[in-house]
Design a protein around this ligand. Structure first.
Ligand code: ATP
Ligand code: MG
Length: 399
């Protein structure tokens, strides 16, 4: 048993001392069996949430209606979820009711894939009711129960299936694949935020090409905002097979590039991602476009950020073109300012000195000064900047 489970054993034991069953379940059991790093240890129990709250001193209600209580113990936090079944799914995503049950077997039945339906007992016994161990061994993702029903109940499982194929390098069992393909239109019913989470995990996974191929094969792209251009998605696959994206910004940025976008804001809004993420993706995209035809300048570094440029350069390297990371380092060393507020005089100083009235003119002038400093055409010192303004006003250009 890995350290994370050993550390959590006293929790299982405590629940058992009160006469209930408790097991490790979900992705952590799967990941341990695959020798993968585990991140969250989930516990399932026959105890009801109210009973769990009596057993442990420090608990937080994070999803009582779904049977989940967060327990703070062993210097850590653990989600403890009561065995449950789910009935009548509304809107293809949320079960109308969850019913707490006392049998582990019923709980495992509601899980999505056989390899996610293990339970691990405190003595190390693996409970494998759906031959998940065989599927693990064969590297196959197979829906628990009747695939078409499972994807109709909750279409997010289709995206999860694609994601797991990418993270684990697993194939989809043929009946599971067929059902995913047949029910794929139900993705329309799933919230875009949840789809984003799965697609994002897919893209940054080691075997993203496998996941993307599966995505194309089940024709999911028609149901993903802005991604219905299959030939653009296929172009992603011309990256080397072992290429792995450094992060989500690079993955989405490159995806948007292949889709022909110059700016990512519009599409990213449809995916309801954070404004920061949208900006980062757009900066990557702009940098990538620059790099297709020319070299980066100080201006690109200043406006788009060093990290965007490095992410682009990594893609250049991946495509066996000649990357130039030194250039970015060099540009970075030469930059006189990294932010507008580092300009040696304020817009107010200029207005006072030259009697300029508030309005769009000063904003424009100050922006020109900022860029000239960035480009290395203007030294960032008050006298140099004032001289520059004076010359410009002599030219009559400071409107
Ligand atoms: P990850 O490594 O991303 O955490 P995971 O398999 O642990 O993967 P979670 O979302 O943490 O995924 O869910 C924990 C477990 O709950 C899953 O292993 C699975 O048994 C079950 N589960 C999660 N989402 C679903 C779903 N949509 N349908 C059925 N079972 C699900
Ligand atoms: Mg998990």
């Amino acid at each position: 048993m890995p350290a994370e489970f050993v550390k959590a054993l006293p929790i299982l034991q405590k629940i058992r001392d009160f006469g209930y069953e408790a097991y490790f379940v979900g992705g952590s059991v799967r990941d341990v069996l695959l020798n993968r790093q585990i991140h969250d240890v989930d516990i399932a129990t026959s105890a009801y949430p109210s009973e769990i709250k009596q057993i442990f001193e420090h608990t937080i209600d994070i999803g009582i209606e779904h049977g989940t209580v967060l327990v703070l113990a062993q210097d850590d936090e653990y989600e403890i979820t009561t065995f449950r079944t789910e009935d009548v799914y509304v809107d293809y995503r949320r079960p109308a009711h969850v019913n707490f049950v006392r049998q582990l077997s019923e709980d495992l039945l509601r899980r999505d894939f056989t390899i996610n339906a293990f339970a691990l007992a405190n003595d190390g016994e693996i409970i494998d009711l759906y031959d998940g161990l065989i599927d693990l061994d064969r590297q196959v993702l197979r829906a628990v129960g009747k695939p078409s029903e499972r994807f109709t109940e909750d279409a997010l499982r289709i995206m999860r299936g694609l994601r797991f194929s990418a993270t684990l390098n697993f194939d989809l069992a043929s009946d599971t694949f067929d059902a995913m393909k047949a029910q794929v239109y139900l993705l329309e019913k799933i919230s875009i935020e949840r789809i984003f989470i799965e697609l994002d995990k897919l893209l940054i996974a080691n075997h993203w090409q496998k996941g993307l191929k599966a995505l194309l094969a089940i024709e999911a792209s028609d149901y993903l905002p802005g991604l219905s251009n299959e030939s653009a998605l296929l172009k992603m696959l011309s990256l080397p097979e072992d290429f792995v994206f450094t992060n989500s910004i690079q993955a989405w940025g490159y995806l948007l590039y292949q889709l022909g976008y110059l700016d990512g804001k519009f599409l990213m809004k449809q995916w309801k991602v954070s404004r920061d993420f949208s900006t980062d993706v757009t900066n990557f995209l702009k940098a990538y476009h620059i790099r297709q035809t020319s070299q980066f300048t100080q201006e690109s570094l200043y406006l788009l950020g060093k990290s965007s440029l490095i992410l682009v350069e990594e893609m250049v390297a991946a495509q066996e073109l000649k990357p130039d990371f030194e250039r970015i380092t060099g540009l970075d060393a030469q930059l006189q300012i990294r932010h507008k507020r580092e300009i040696a005089v304020s817009a107010g100083d200029i207005m006072t000195k030259f009697g300029i009235k508030p309005g769009p003119g000063i904003g424009k002038l100050y922006h020109t000064i900022e860029l000239e400093i960035v480009r290395g055409n203007l030294i960032n010192r008050p006298e140099a900047i004032f001289n520059y303004v004076k010359e410009k006003s002599n030219d009559g250009n400071n409107d």
